[in-house]
Design a protein around this ligand. Structure first.
Ligand SMILES: [Zn+2]
Ligand SMILES: [Zn+2]
Length: 149
């Protein structure tokens, strides 16, 4: 449990408990940025779609040291491109959580929506490919045989 209230890494205002899409976050009354605890960013994504590889897929891109510090452990945050997109978020290396500036939570949800659409597209493409897989020994012939059984 927390001992002291968290401070905004941008302007040191005291963060206030708030709800966003049913997730309990800590929001800055000044800059409207928000602190998402470790699993809360995945919860935010889950308001759009479930994803199993949440943290790894999220922060593996272009990480570098941020000028902001973690409100929990006060070590420098790590800036990264969210899922490789043109959206920079900050995460604590010790996995305390993520800092999202005002508007970035909505960007995350938009990108997640695009990503789901992309995955659905490639799943469809795979199904089509599968149907025309003439080279697999158990492919088309087997299916033809099934038709006449
Ligand atoms: Zn702030
Ligand atoms: Zn931390």
């Amino acid at each position: 449990m927390r001992t002291a209230p968290l401070q905004c890494p941008r302007d040191t205002a005291t963060l206030e408990a708030a709800g966003e899409h049913g997730i309990r976050i800590d929001r800055c009354p000044g800059c409207r940025g928000a602190w998402y605890e470790q699993d809360e960013l995945a919860l935010l994504e889950a308001t759009v779609a479930k994803d199993e590889d949440s943290r790894r897929g999220m922060i593996d891109y272009a990480t570098r040291e941020s000028s902001l510090v973690c409100p929990v452990c006060h070590s420098a945050l790590q800036t990264f491109n969210y899922r490789g997109f043109n959206l920079e978020l900050d995460a604590c290396k010790q996995e305390h959580g993520f800092w999202l500036d005002a508007g970035e939570a909505e960007r995350v949800r938009e990108l997640m929506r695009d990503r789901v659409r992309g995955l659905q597209r490639s799943a469809r493409a795979e199904t089509q490919w599968d149907r025309t897989d003439w080279y697999r020994p158990d492919g088309v012939l087997e299916r033809l045989r099934d038709l006449f059984r």
